[in-house]
Design a protein around this ligand. Structure first.
Ligand code: BES
Ligand code: MN
Ligand code: ZN
Length: 496
């Protein structure tokens, strides 16, 4: 997708389609007013007929307006003349893209950057809008025998800005939005691929490929390396599977000067059947999405590398399957983590924390200035926050505040939950240093409490993305979240 920004003269700039806002009761946006004037009042005449009242979501094609260089104008109802929320704006742009796709339009010029969006200047709106354009033209058809019919026609999208002095900032915003959208597309592809294709080895290959394309060093630790490092917790999860585990690291060095990296650690369970504490059959297929944390690390690194962000980032991805087997973890088994702490595995389905704890200990060696882990960790988080926000916890309030802010800027929100000392008691084990579960209450918090015992040596935040990483129901599929949040955090971190 080609996304660009220019100052468009509607009497000269040829296009298949202009996209123009109309407000409630048929009032026009500034560009609409200009186009109306150049076309000798054609727009206002049509609006007076009342077919198009400007109600939010309404759309109407007009063809061959006199004096206008585009062969079509798409009028888009934007409701009352008042600032839109992020969600309203996103729905609006998404709806426009779908409409263009239905009409097989290949190229369009969009005059919607003049819409007012709450708390966003026009660049921030273009950034989010560009992300939506890429998001909305995403298709996952690689495993269908008929690949073509669903491919969107739209290939070129131009934002109009009124003033040339806005061009630099707006172009940068479009570039960021597009890079994020494409990073999300990688994350979605990996999430959508089934467990029999997207294995730990597949994630490792994808990381290697990303490394080759963008000059990142990628290393893949095999089982024997992990054994030598003493990763008894991670390896205990993998024992029930025929797929060899992988611990993938990606090293992106974008900073001008050497400096400590930000570490992104992503849960990469390529299928989670629960192990011996097996899950119920209903919706178990969705546990192919249990590697979306890992996929979001890859998507974010792709976006960061694409933008050449001047920052150092380490991606760390522990990856394996969680399956029942004669050799799998059993409830009551006690394993020794790389940190030396022992863990009683009371429920083999609480496997994410068992692989993350060793990956987090391993991350110490990179002397990270901040560590963010991303994981589809608990069903409890879906109960607490639904599909709106990622759960956010950690040991450094300044880091958490940055992530909360990045979540707002990117419309990819997170919400903080407490990590009070008192919750730690729930992890008490009679036989080991800790249990891997803390009972039914506060499940997201006790999972983070568990991780907190492995993150004492650095500033750390944990994003539980169980509720946001994929859509359910008819639109079942990976969402690409929280690539946008993470990329915005990195952008802020390096003053890009
Ligand atoms: N991958 C799941 C968490 C999950 C469940 C994410 C449903 C999204 C939807 C995780 O490995 C898991 O099974 N967690 C258990 C923990 C429990 C045994 C303490 C859970 O949430 O039920
Ligand atoms: Mn599980
Ligand atoms: Zn899991």
């Amino acid at each position: 997708m080609d996304i660009s920004v220019r100052t468009v003269d509607p009497t000269r700039q040829r296009s298949e389609c202009y996209i123009v806002a109309v407000y409630d009761e048929g009032s026009l946006s500034p560009s609409g007013t200009a186009i109306d004037k150049y076309s000798a009042g054609t727009l206002s005449k049509l609006l007076k007929r009342g077919d198009m009242a400007g109600r939010s979501g309404q759309k109407q094609f007009l063809y061959d307006l006199p004096g206008i260089a585009a062969s079509r104008v798409l009028l888009v109802g934007c409701g009352k003349l008042k600032p839109l929320s992020d969600t309203q704006y996103r729905t609006l742009i998404g709806g426009v893209i779908q409409y263009l796709n239905d009409a097989a339009i290949k190229e369009a010029v969009c005059f919607l950057a003049e819409l007012e969006v709450e708390t966003r200047d026009s660049s921030a709106a273009i950034r989010l809008g560009s992300e939506v354009v890429v998001h909305q033209t995403y298709r996952f058809s690689q495993l269908k025998s008929d690949k073509n019919p669903s491919q969107p026609a739209l290939k070129k999208f131009t934002w109009h800005v009124a003033q040339t002095k806005q061009l630099t900032a707006a172009s940068k915003a479009a570039r960021i939005g597009k890079a994020i959208g494409q990073g999300m597309a990688l994350t979605r592809d990996l999430g959508n691929l089934p467990g029999n294709i997207c294995t730990p080895a597949y994630l490792a290959q994808t990381a290697k490929k990303l490394g080759r394309t963008h000059g990142m060093q990628v290393r893949v630790l095999e089982q024997k390396h992990m054994q030598a490092l003493g990763m008894g917790s991670l390896l205990s999860v993998s024992r029930g599977s025929r797929q060899p585990p992988k611990l993938i690291t990606l090293d992106y060095r974008g900073a001008k000067k050497p400096g400590n990296p930000v570490a992104l650690v992503g849960k990469g369970i390529t299928f989670d059947a629960g192990g011996i504490s097996i899950k119920p059959a209903a919706a178990m297929d969705e546990m192919k999405f249990d590697m979306c944390g890992a996929a979001s690390v890859l998507g974010t690194l792709q976006a960061a590398a694409e933008l050449k962000l001047p920052i150092n980032i380490i991606g760390v991805i522990p990856s394996c399957e969680n399956l029942p087997d004669g050799d799998a973890n059993k409830p009551g088994d006690i394993v020794t983590s790389m940190s030396g702490q022992t863990i009683e595995v009371l429920n083999t389905d609480a496997e994410g924390r068992l692989i993350l704890c060793d990956a987090l200990t391993y991350t110490e060696r990179f002397k990270p200035k901040a560590v963010i882990d991303i994981a589809t960790l608990t069903g409890a988080c879906v109960i607490a926050l639904g599909n709106q926000a990622s759960g956010l916890l950690g040991n450094d309030q300044a880091l958490i505040d940055k992530l909360l802010r990045a979540g707002k800027h990117s419309a990819d929100r997170a919400w903080q939950l407490p990590l009070w000392e008192e919750y730690q008691e729930q992890l008490k084990s009679n036989f080991a240093d800790m249990a891997n579960i803390g009972g039914r209450e506060a499940g997201t918090i006790t999972a983070a409490c568990f991780l907190s015992r492995f993150t004492k040596k650095f500033k750390w935040a944990h994003l539980d993305i169980a509720g946001v990483a994929w859509y359910g129901g008819a639109s079942k599929g990976a969402s690409g979240r929280p690539v946008s949040l993470l990329t915005h955090y990195l952008i802020e971190e390096c003053d890009y």
